[in-house]
Design a protein around this ligand. Structure first.
Ligand code: GLA
Length: 720
């Protein structure tokens, strides 16, 4: 059994295949964290109080328990622990004190559903510990949930908060996961960025104090990704202690790390307090989103594999097609300038090149001739598609390819029929100007009428049309966050309720069009998170399709998310036919799910032949990319190169990539393939050369060049 409770010692143990997590209920009341690390037989020592001057204590327990210096499991506020709190609630009497004490627990198979939220699916080995904590004075009941994903070395956490008292209270801060770690000499890895430059890798030493990454933008955002890692200073790909964290949520978040006087490091993942509060009436329950954590004492590779396996097995929806389709997307080639005739030229050239699907991007609906109008009016523009959407899609299908279409359900242009009819359906603060961004406003998805309107209009437009794929976009962040649907005392709930509405519509799309796949997008990778991955098979990695930018983006995304989630298009703005550049773009796109974003009908024959050949090659190893184990070798944020490989389980096939990130004076670059079988011989199908396993482990050597777009690939097959 992965979860157990030692009654004598009052110690809970949660075990995964390789890790162990323990905490104790001290004096039958106070949950105190003891251990999270490698699974071993060493006996777990119970809590030893540490006394620091100025630390409050309860007279009843004297110097035997100090909330401010122990490692905690989940904290209230003003409870004698001066470190950052997990939960802050404004009580009816005006104070914010919450003291949480253990009442009971239960351990059960599987897990509970999180109402309205995405959450990880369980397998037969999953178990859950539900620990109930109460505040004796206010009657607040907090249930802390630990679900264990044994085979992936992941433990997930979330809380439910019930008002068991007499009076209405307001939740002002809510975190899903707290982990206190012994020690303070760690680095923190996080991914920061902006539109067109998401997920840049940074590794910074922790300082004593509070450090955080966050989103206050209503979306998980381009600016920070919810994933973080806390690691030993000497941790590298294959050695050192690493703790990884992530959040199964797509809106505002706070990842905070606080190092304090005791030399402990407190990590918390949750909704935080900015743009969030929740009114809880007597008897009501609020459930937080789920956060996840993993532990590795063998460096980043293990953390990455745990997150990849977890995402593939417990988060991503089932693949609707036998093979992931290679798509041709129209955006960079046409922008808004599309109509039936042009789109059919795209369909024809897609077919000719062996592409599986045409994805018609923005511009097909309402008065959408540029980005200033039309969002919200989700019916086809008859000037562009004179016989309607269905007739057009049938013609695309006649080419024997699949069809995908772009939507941006959460948005509305002020210049649209929808806005003219329902200006009050937008996110807005009373009496304040609604600020536009990309000429658009955000619909208040927390208002059920908005959701009903969207379900209705999409049904009218899409029912009976053979759509295989939706590209679901979201192109601005939320400002002046308020809702005309909610009363004044509930305005702090608007951002969270908005995301619940977004998730409801996602679930509706999945149920209504079960055979269609959803590609998620928010101006590229602005919602590259586990919440979106629950509903969308892959995510448009970035609007930036420059291969150099993509090399970095893909490296950092892969730290936490599997390649199957990255949609990677070969783009070709100027229809450049230089084979070296074109090949480099293709080679970069092989980091994830391959697609194309170029004017294929106008491309010269050499390019079209090139695309055809590229797809034939991709098909040979796409299973390694989309399902294999990934190993990063060279980090393009700290070296001039990117090198990584994908392997299958028995290491009989290895796809190795080297991409020079910037030109430099020639020098030797060595790429060790440590996963190769030592005593085997491998044939590189691309060059025809053979390598012994030992040679691969020592490293393949390449010479870097003082020119652009250098790359090399090896497809290594183990010989019998
Ligand atoms: C966003 C997306 C692009 C494209 C445009 C359409 O920027 O990231 O891929 O779909 O919107 O307006």
């Amino acid at each position: 059994m992965p979860i157990s409770f030692d009654v004598e010692k009052s110690i809970f143990s949660i075990e995964t295949q390789n890790t162990k997590y323990c905490f104790q209920i001290v004096f039958g009341k106070f949950p105190v964290h003891l251990y999270y690390g490698a699974k071993n037989d060493a006996e777990i020592e119970g809590y030893k109080p540490e006394m620091y001057s100025f630390s409050p204590f309860y007279a009843e327990h004297g110097f035997e328990y100090f909330p401010d210096t122990c490692m905690a499991e989940y904290t209230g506020f003003d409870d004698g622990d001066f470190r950052t709190c997990s939960l802050k609630v404004k009580n009816a009497n005006g104070d914010c004190a919450t003291v949480l004490k253990y009442k009971e627990h239960r351990i059960f198979n599987g897990r509970l559903e999180l109402p309205g939220l995405p959450f990880a699916d369980v397998d037969k080995d999953c178990e859950t510990l539900e620990m109930t904590l109460c505040d004796d004075v206010t009657g607040l009941i907090v249930k802390v949930y630990y679900t264990v994903f044994v085979n992936e070395d992941i433990i997930s956490r979330y809380v439910s908060i019930t008002n068991g008292g007499e009076y209405t209270v307001t939740i002002e801060k809510c975190m899903s996961l707290l982990l206190d770690i012994e020690g303070k000499n760690f680095d923190m890895i996080s991914l920061y960025g902006k539109h067109n430059r998401e997920r840049n890798y940074q590794r910074n030493p922790l300082f004593v104090g509070n450090q955080s990454i966050f989103s206050r933008r209503g979306a998980s955002s381009h600016q920070f990704n919810p994933f973080i890692a806390v690691c030993e200073k000497n941790a590298d790909q294959r050695s050192g202690v690493v703790y990884g964290f992530n959040f199964v949520y797509s809106g505002n978040f706070l990842d905070e790390v606080e190092v304090d006087q005791t030399g402990h490091t407190r990590v918390q993942i949750g909704l935080g307090s900015d743009n969030f509060s929740w009114l809880l009436e007597k008897g009501e329950t609020f459930v937080s989103p789920e956060a996840v954590m993993t532990f590795s004492n063998s460096g980043f590779d293990t953390m990455t594999h745990n997150f990849h396996n977890f995402t593939r097995r417990h988060i991503l929806p089932p693949e609707p097609f036998k093979k992931r389709p290679v798509v041709l997307n129209t955006w960079e080639a046409c922008y808004f300038d599309i109509d039936e005739k042009e789109m059919l030229r795209f369909a024809e050239s897609a077919k000719e090149c062996g592409i599986d699907m045409l994805v018609m991007d923005d511009g097909w609906f309402g008065e959408r001739n540029d980005d200033k109008a039309g969002l919200g009016d989700w019916f086809e523009n008859r000037n562009k598609f004179k016989d309607g959407l269905k007739a057009f899609v049938d013609k695309v299908k006649n080419y024997g390819i699949k069809f995908g279409i772009w939507v941006e359900p959460e948005m509305v242009n002020p210049d649209s029929d929808l806005f003219r009819a329902h200006p009050d359906w937008c996110i807005q603060c009373r009496n304040r100007e609604m600020m536009e961004s990309r000429f658009q406003l955000v619909l208040d998805m927390g208002n059920p009428q908005v959701i009903e309107y969207l379900k209705d209009i999409f049904s009218k437009t899409f029912d009976g049309v053979s759509i295989d794929y939706f590209k679901w976009d979201m192109n601005r962040h939320l400002s002046q966050v308020g809702s005309s649907y909610l009363p004044p005392e509930r305005q702090g709930e608007a951002a969270y309720r908005h995301i619940l509405g977004v998730y409801e519509l996602f679930r509706w799309f999945r149920e209504k069009y079960p055979n269609a796949m959803i590609e998620n997008c928010s101006g590229g990778g602005g919602r590259y998170d586990l919440g979106m991955m629950k509903y969308s098979t892959m995510i448009w990695t970035s609007d930036n399709t420059n291969p150099y930018a993509r090399i970095q983006l893909q490296y950092s995304s892969m730290l936490a998310y599997p390649a199957a989630t990255m949609s990677c298009h070969v783009s070709n703005h100027r229809l450049c036919s230089d084979p070296k550049t074109f090949n480099y773009r293709y080679h970069t796109a092989l980091g994830g799910a391959l697609g194309y974003e170029m004017h294929l009908p106008n491309a010269e024959q050499a390019i079209r032949d090139g695309v055809k050949e590229q797809i034939v090659n991709y098909r040979k190893y796409e299973d390694l990319i989309l399902k294999g184990d990934y190993y990063a070798v060279l980090n393009p944020f700290v070296t001039n190169y990117s090198a990584y490989y994908y392997t299958n389980e028995d290491k009989s096939r290895i796809l190795l990539s080297y991409l020079q990130y910037r030109p430099e004076e020639a020098c030797e670059v060595v790429i060790p393939v440590l996963e190769a079988c030592e005593d085997a011989v491998y044939l590189d199908e691309i060059s025809g050369k053979t390598f012994t396993g030992k040679e691969l482990i020592r490293g393949i050597s390449v010479i870097s060049e003082n020119s652009e777009c250098n790359s090399q690939m090896w497809y290594l097959i183990k010989q019998k």
